[in-house]
Design a protein around this ligand. Sequence first.
Ligand SMILES: [Cu+2]
Length: 296
Amino acid sequence: MKLLNYFIFTFIAIVILNSCNTSTNDNVVKVIARDFNFEVVDEIQSGWTTFQFENRGQVEHFFLLNLLPDTISFETYHDEVTRPFEIVFDSLKAGKSKTDAIGMLIEMIPGWYFSSVKQMGGTGIVAAGKTTQVTLKLSPGTYAMECYIKYQGLFHTSLGMIRPIIVLEEASDLEPPKAGMDITLTNYNIETKGEIKPGVNTISVYFKEHPEFGLGNDVHLIRMGDKTDIDEVIFWLDWMNIKGLQSPAPVEFFGGTQEMPVGYTSYFTVDLDPGNYAWISESSAAKGMVKMFTVK
Ligand SMILES: [Cu+2]
């Protein structure tokens, strides 16, 4: 009888241990954003990864993952890409035109950035105190995690919100979540299928097109208050405007997803009360990529 108890005990212990292993293999990564840094592990598994993002700051934050080419270290990316944006923004503050500033950027940023760095998604902009979740499929490599909202005229990257993340060869078993609503991003439209309900919603975003030049398509969710001026939000989403992307935002942001290459899908969650909202794109809001809707 004692022997039977021993076997039953061993069997239960193995089952418990296995279930613990499964949870570490689920590849759920916590990211805490503060003013101004990210608290996150240094290394994660490749494959599908769920990032639980919590904004514990007083201002808006997000994260974007940039996959670096094998030949470029995180330090080189930091020095050679982040710095030119600071110099160019200073020149905009000093009165330079946007056209001249873009010319300056193209001249200062190394060619490998445009040809070989891949934007691999991240959360949309998240208001202070809010949380979201984003699930992305990542290949092994070195990534730069960054947030480039501005605070008192400085990018958050300049204040500490940039860090490396290593994605390991070891792959996770995680499957992508089931979405209750689907978004397809083209260069001129945010196509939606399905409806958002009050409470937690999981949304898939398929990246169907990428503009020929510049940033890829992304999507953010905002709440439309009685006094929200959508033109003011569109203006705010352009980092080249002096007050653009600078906290405080003129509207409340609930997340969304950062850009990915064509053919990829990102999943994210939002927790919404009934009300009026809009999907809006940072890269293409000015081209009319805004879609309003009501949660009943
Ligand atoms: Cu930030």
